[in-house]
Design a protein around this ligand. Structure first.
Ligand code: PBG
Length: 342
C-alpha cells in the first residue's frame, strides 16, 4: 500500500516511537578495545602526534598510546568497569630478530601483560593478536626466504609452526581468545592443532579471515612499530578489489576450526561483513582500524563533525551490517556514551 496510506514518517515522530522500532542496538559488551603494551622506557612510550604541524594542529590518538604493564592494567580496568566485552593485546617489544622470537618468549611483553591482567582482572576477557610483524626486524608477518634475484618473500609453511608456538604461549599465559592476523594459509588449522595438543582445546580462535592490504593501517604501524622494512603485505593480505576471494578465505578459516571470523578494515567493507555472516553463520567481528579512528579524530579536531555522534553512527552501522563484535579504538568513549544513554 503506497502513499498516502503508507506514511513512513508516522513511526519517526517521537523518541518513544523511534525507540520501539529501532532495529539494532549496540551494547558495550559487543565492543573490543585494542591496547598496546610496551617494554620501552616511559619517555618513549607515548605515540607521537601524527600531524604535529598539520592543517588540523596536533592530531591526538590517545587509544594508540603505548602503555606500560601497570598503565595497561589501569586502562583494562576502566574498560571492564564500563562493560566493554574484551580487550585485544598488541605487544611492542624492545628486541626484534629475523624470526620474531620475542613473540613466543614466555617472558615476552604480551606474556607478562597477560599474567598481570589475569592477576588483577580475572573476570576480564583478554584476546591477543597472534602475529610476528611487531617482533621481526624486517616487519613482515612471517619468516623470510630467499627469492632468487628479487627481494625475499614470506615463507608460508615455515611460519605456521612459529605462529602456533605464539598462540600456545599466549594461551599458557592466560589469553582467553587468540586472534591470528598474519594471513598465512593454513594458520588456523596449525594453531588449532597445537592448542589442542597442548591442553588448550577450550581456547577459541578469532581468525582475521578477510584482512585486506589496506591504506588504513598507518597509525597502528606507527604505534606498534610494525611497518615492513621493505616491500608491502600484498603477497599475503587480500586485494581490496576481491570480495569472492574474501569469502573463500572465510570459508577456509571456518573449515580449519575458527570460532569467530573477522573482517578488516570495517568502514569500506560492509558488503563483506554481511556476506561472511550470511555464508558462514559464524560470529563476525569487524575491526574498525587505526586509520578509520584517525579519520574521525582528525575531522572532529578540525571542528568538522561531532565525534560522539559519528562514532555511534559508525559502530551501529557495523552492527547493522552483521558484525556481532566490533573492535574499536573508541570503545571506552562509546561505552561511556551508552551508559549515559546518549
Ligand atoms: C598485524 C596487524 C596489523 C593490524 C592489526 N594486526 C597491521 C598490519 O597488518 O600491518 C592493523 C590494525 C589497525 O590498523 O588498527 N599484522
Amino acid at each position: 500500500m503506497a502513499f498516502p496510506k503508507t506514511r513512513m514518517r508516522r513511526l519517526r515522530e517521537s523518541a518513544g516511537l523511534r525507540g520501539l522500532v529501532r532495529e539494532t542496538e549496540l551494547r558495550p559488551g559487543r565492543l573490543v578495545l585494542p591496547l598496546f603494551v610496551s617494554e620501552a622506557e616511559p619517555a618513549a612510550r607515548l605515540a607521537a602526534p601524527l600531524l604535529p604541524d598539520g592543517p588540523f594542529g596536533a592530531l591526538t590518538l590517545p587509544a594508540l598510546d603505548r602503555l606500560s604493564i601497570s598503565a595497561l592494567v589501569e586502562r583494562a580496568h576502566e574498560a571492564q568497569e564500563l562493560g566493554v566485552g574484551a580487550v585485544m593485546l598488541f605487544g611492542v617489544p624492545s628486541h626484534k630478530d629475523a624470526e620474531g622470537s620475542g613473540a613466543w618468549d614466555e617472558e615476552g611483553i604480551v606474556q607478562l601483560a597477560l599474567r598481570a591482567l589475569g592477576q588483577a582482572l580475572p573476570e576480564l576477557t583478554v584476546m591477543t593478536d597472534v602475529c610476528l610483524c611487531e617482533y621481526t626486524d624486517h616487519g613482515h608477518c612471517g619468516v623470510l626466504r630467499e627469492n632468487g634475484s628479487g627481494p625475499p618473500g614470506v615463507d608460508n609453511d615455515a611460519t605456521l609452526e612459529l605462529l602456533a608456538r605464539v598462540a600456545v604461549s599466549h594461551a599458557r599465559a592466560g589469553a582467553d581468545v587468540v586472534a591470528p592476523s598474519d594471513m598465512m594459509d593454513g594458520r588456523v588449522g596449525a594453531i588449532r592443532a597445537e592448542l589442542d595438543g597442548e591442553g588448550f582445546a577450550g581456547t577459541p580462535i578469532l581468525a582475521y579471515a578477510a584482512k585486506f592490504a589496506s591504506a588504513f593501517y598507518g597509525p597502528f604501524r606507527d604505534a606498534a612499530g610494525s611497518a615492513p622494512a621493505f616491500g608491502d603485505r600484498r603477497s599475503y593480505q587480500l586485494d581490496p578489489a576481491n570480495g569472492r576471494e574474501a569469502l573463500r578465505e572465510a570459508a577456509l578459516d571456518a573449515a580449519e576450526g575458527a570460532d569467530m571470523l573477522m573482517v578488516k578494515p570495517a568502514l569500506a567493507y560492509g558488503d563483506l561483513i554481511a556476506a561472511v555472516k550470511r555464508e558462514t553463520g559464524l560470529p563476525v567481528a569487524a575491526y574498525n582500524v587505526s586509520g578509520e579512528y584517525a579519520m574521525v579524530r582528525a575531522a572532529a579536531q578540525a571542528g568538522q563533525l561531532e565525534e560522539g555522534a559519528a562514532v555511534a553512527e559508525i559502530l551501529t552501522s557495523l552492527h547493522r551490517a552483521g558484525a556481532d563484535v566490533v573492535i574499536t579504538y573508541h570503545a571506552l568513549e562509546a561505552a561511556r556514551a551508552m551508559a549515559a544513554g546518549r
